[in-house]
Design a protein around this ligand. Sequence first.
Ligand code: SF4
Ligand code: SF4
Length: 365
Amino acid sequence: MSSELLFASYAPRSMSPDQSIGAKFDRLLAEFDLPGSVKNRSVAVKMHLGGGNGFSTIHPFFVRKLVKALKNAGAKDVFITDLKHDVENAVERGYTEEVCGCRLVPVCGADESEYCTFPLEVPFKTMDRIELSKPILDADVLLDFSHVKGHGVCGFGGASKNLSMGAVTNAMRQMLHAQEGGLEWDESKCTRCQKCVTNCPDKAMTFKDGKLRIFFHNCKYCRHCMLICPHDAIKIEQGCYVDFQQAMAMTSAKLLSFFESRALFINMLMDITLFCDCWGMTTPALVPDLGILAGRDIVAIEQCSLDLINKAPFYRESLPPGWSCSEDTSKHIFERLHGKNPYAVVKALEEMGMVSSNYTVREIF
Ligand code: SF4
Ligand code: SF4
């Protein structure tokens, strides 16, 4: 089965204002059959509102257009939601009720008490439950409005990460981060010679209180530490880092199971930076601004987003000082940068039956 995606390219065909991405976004929303999905229904718009000195989140210009389109389509209530501290600081990036046209709501309430717990029949590693936002679960429609960018731990952040890491409790997010890994250290064999630390090209290792600490955000699984270790104290298996992606996919799939055809996805392929919006800073874009994708199939939209990014020219000069990029062009640009295959989460979602990575694209001109 193939899912249709709508695509508004950032590139204009002429210098007419109706060729601007804003005008194309209006036409894309008009083609998206919003009345059929939202009329007389409440809509939770899940966004990542960013933090710190970052400003490459979705521009309020597009948020306002989306909220207006939802209201014009007959939605009875629309609200934007994200983590409590990001909602509290949203004004710094221009997101206010007045600008956006709707309320901004902390994802699990002002005191983190509004959530629902779903125990896992079969625990996944140390993850024994999924805690989801009640305000989102109480809505009739979920609109996953995502800024697509790179991510240190899972290769990229898009529609799935926006839900799995952002539509949950703080405790759940910590449980997900606890699934990061893939590098095993055998303390009993280690002499604390520090050769692994000094030979790690990405400064992913430190010793603290005699214990080896690994910052998986930086680790590219290059295996230098494993090869340099004189006592065979470090082990790295092939594809070992995918547990985090698997746990994220499980969480997204659980949330989406409550919405099915009432879940809509819009991926913004602009300001595609090296790191996530939670990093608190914005670096130059890695590739040109591409445009906006919309669809009803999370697997298809994530797959297409990654495919478009990989086809785009890569701006090597955008990399921060000291940051390298593998020359292995058979891999996705995000894997070449972060050492993690970004398609892992797409594959995991597809295996969970969250529809198909086959897609067709209908361009909105
Ligand atoms: S190189 Fe091996 S033995 Fe030396 S500190 Fe690292 S893990 Fe321990
Ligand atoms: S695998 Fe490479 S990047 Fe990761 S900790 Fe070891 S040396 Fe550092």
